[in-house]
Design a protein around this ligand. Structure first.
Ligand SMILES: *Cc1c(COP(=O)(O)O)cnc(C)c1O
Length: 467
């Protein structure tokens, strides 16, 4: 399997190089050259298998020669053993034929763990085999950072630097990043928004000297391997609900378009997905695009669902690549237009997008109401992101005979203030992190300034060399 850039002018790479490279050298994102297809029989055969086995079968075609089959199978099995629920991603029925898929049973309690744990193991193996080390730099709106740190902490061949927006992540989210004491972990609070953090990250990737000097790599969802790990649970849900010939729908709390793009990939791979509900909070640039056909960057609004407080959704570019018939030059042009003010889809492109995606938006007041309503109806505690996904799934059911699966992207204990405000119940952290609020924090605050961040990374790496 080869990977090509969405902007058409970076070299095609194999899986291992695409993973280590992160952002393509032409500023684009890597995508597979073609989608492997699964027949209805192959999907049916996944029913009853455990999560790791489904993960192995679904992801194997993308790995190519990067790992031999036996090594990769063992890695996948080891990856999902650290999850705390036997089913890894259990389904709970909320209402007739409306399901919740709980994607919060990993080490940091958000769906990011499902791909990040696999990515950490893949990095470790491939770096070891090549005798190389990397500096991973990432930006987070809250959950990616802790999931990445958890996947990379203590790994010899990796230093990890995570930029998060100062004061704009929850206390639990921040502490999950700042209380890890491994010396290869560096948490950085940036005076700015998540979009600022992501822009700094892209600027570092687009600075070839810096990139080569520190052997920079990334684990944000611009990294193809992140998407790969997220495709799995769409197949797991479909197999569990008997959907290989009949349709299934998903509602996905969306920020950077990474999770829902994995759903689109599953659909391209043959999963009979009728539609994907794109659920946003007040940062509704993507649901707005589906309504109007144009995308204009506005200010970021802070909300109760901070992991979705994003205006510039990186992974949308991957979908745009397909929407524009895989024409890299057209994608580059569209992305420049977006940076300059507005990206406009043609009527054909908008029609094609609406065939797959349905937009949904919910503000904070609606989110609190939804959390309260679900708790009263069934005793189910939802975190604010998941609540938006549940409301979206209910609102955009379409054909009621088609199972709707709302993805629960975080554990309620990750956002206890909002949950308590809505229900009066303060959800406790699971036992393995019960003392999180007492642990010592360690992080640096930096200005929203490229040179300052690059200088900090260089200094930290130099200190380690001396030590
Ligand atoms: C990251 C995150 C999202 C948004 O996912 P994207 O892949 O960025 O669209 C939604 N909910 C939670 C809890 C998250 O951590």
């Amino acid at each position: 399997m080869r990977y090509i850039s969405t902007r058409g002018s970076a070299p095609a790479l194999d899986f291992a190089d695409a993973m280590l490279t992160g952002l393509a050298r032409d500023g684009g994102l890597y995508v597979p050259e073609s989608w492997p297809r699964f027949s209805a029989d192959e999907i049916a055969a996944l029913a009853g298998l455990d999560y790791a086995e489904v993960a192995y079968r679904v992801t194997r075609p993308f790995i190519g020669a990067a790992l031999d089959a036996g090594t990769y199978r063992a890695m996948v099995e080891q990856t999902y053993r650290v999850f705390t629920h036997g089913a890894v991603a259990p389904l709970v029925e909320l209402a007739p034929n409306h399901w919740l898929m709980e994607l919060f049973h990993g080490p940091t309690l958000a769906f990011k763990d499902y791909a990040m744990q696999l990515l950490g193991n893949l990095f470790n193996h491939i770096l070891g085999a090549r005798g190389r080390r990397v500096t991973i730099i990432g930006a987070t709106s809250g959950d990616t950072g802790s999931a990445a740190i958890e996947a990379c902490r203590g790994r010899e061949a990796i230093d990890i630097f995570i930029l998060f927006p100062h004061g704009r992540v929850s206390d639990v989210q921040r502490r999950q990043m700042t209380t890890v004491d491994d010396s290869n972990v560096h948490a950085i609070a940036i005076d700015g928004t998540f979009d600022d953090c992501q822009a700094l990250l892209k600027d570092m990737f687009n600075d070839p000297n810096f990139r080569d000097e520190v052997a920079m790599s990334g684990v944000n969802s611009i990294n193809w391997a992140r998407i790969l790990g997220q495709i799995v649970y769409y197949f797991v849900a479909a197999a569990a609900l008997g959907c290989w010939e009949r349709k299934i729908a998903f509602a996905v709390p969306t920020g950077n378009f990474g999770n829902i793009y994995a759903g689109y990939a599953a659909r391209e791979m043959g999963l009979p997905i009728s539609h994907l509900v794109l659920a946003t909070n007040a940062n509704d640039i993507l649901s707005n695009l589906l309504a109007t056909g144009t995308m204009t960057q506005g200010p970021v609004h802070a909300s109760l669902s901070p992991s979705m407080d994003i205006q510039v959704a990186s992974n949308f570019e991957r979908y745009l690549f397909d929407l524009l018939d895989r024409d890299g030059a057209a994608v580059a042009q569209a992305m420049t237009a977006f940076q300059d003010g507005e990206l406009a889809l043609s009527q054909d492109a908008l029609g094609a997008a609406r065939d797959v995606f349905a937009g949904f938006r919910m503000d904070d007041a609606g989110t609190l109401e939804e959390i309260g309503r679900r708790y009263e109806a069934s005793g189910q505690l939802l975190d604010p992101h998941s609540a938006i996904g549940v409301a979206a799934g209910a609102a955009k059911r379409g054909d009621g005979t088609v199972p709707m699966v709302s993805l629960a992207t975080a554990h309620p204990a990750k956002f206890p203030d909002a949950v308590e405000q809505a229900t009066g119940i303060r959800p406790p952290l699971p036992a393995h992190m019960a003392d999180l609020m007492e642990r010592t924090e360690r992080f640096d605050v930096l200005a929203n300034d490229l040179a300052a961040v690059q200088g900090f990374v260089r200094d930290r790496l130099a200190e380690k060399e001396v030590a």
